[in-house]
Design a protein around this ligand. Sequence first.
Ligand SMILES: NC(=O)c1ccc[n+]([C@@H]2O[C@H](COP(=O)([O-])OP(=O)(O)OC[C@H]3O[C@@H](n4cnc5c(N)ncnc54)[C@H](O)[C@@H]3O)[C@@H](O)[C@H]2O)c1
Length: 255
Amino acid sequence: MRELLANSVAVVTGGASGIGRAIARTFADHGGDVVVADVREQPREGGTPTHELIADETDRQTAFVECDVTDTDDLDAAVEMAEELGNLDVWVNNAGIFRNEEFFEVTPDEYDRLMNVNVKGAYFGAQSAAAEMIAHGEGSIVNVSSVAGLVGNGGYVTYCVSKGALRLLTYALAHRLGPEGIRVNAIHPGGVETAMLDDAEMGEQGREAFEQSIPSRRLGEPNDIADAALFLASDLSSYVNGESLVVDGGYTYTR
Ligand SMILES: NC(=O)c1ccc[n+]([C@@H]2O[C@H](COP(=O)([O-])OP(=O)(O)OC[C@H]3O[C@@H](n4cnc5c(N)ncnc54)[C@H](O)[C@@H]3O)[C@@H](O)[C@H]2O)c1
């Protein structure tokens, strides 16, 4: 297999579960050393913790760091762990939470909680990572947004606000950090089979209707997103900067 991330060190926030877990595993399969930075070690969907899986099944270095992305000390600890493995090359802002909500009932505390994880966590994650990457002269930051960062939905307004903010964070940071050798890009997944999709409580019928509305006629798998992250993390995308990569089976732009 072509080792697209040979001699690279990556941090994946929210890497214990779902999409982040698939990204971490894919990076390791392609020669990367991976720090899993999450509030939990156990995958939400069950199974072996991601870092143990990587240690068992690949020859890459890996570590778990207990990291709440809303805490800048925790983010710095993840950077420090990466630097113990080598130079920090790739930072994936993947940690996120979803909430269905009735707009008129959302409280300021609930609003803050979601925005803190999804936006503030990514903002300061990028700040911690970029400070280190600048010292080495290169790096790639990947923000996991959502199709909810491209189109609005009244059933989860705060989540849309957070994912739209991530999109503009991506463009603004590409502008700020590009001259320093750091690329910043976003991935916009559609519905992906993870524990978070269960949080959306679509029900069996809703899920089938959703699948039928996707041109590719299936939901995404975590590996679909991981492959896009691999592209954006590696030199395959060396001239891709400030880009939004939509990975949704054709859902968004065929509405
Ligand atoms: N699953 C989908 O359909 C879908 C679609 C579009 C975008 N996304 C985005 O993809 C990303 C990953 O989602 P997923 O489906 O794998 O979700 P998930 O719930 O399966 O996993 C999310 C992971 O993030 C971690 N996390 C949550 N809060 C954290 C915090 N404060 N600090 C550190 N880690 C934290 C969780 O512990 C968990 O391991 C999220 O940003 C999500 O918004 C998911």
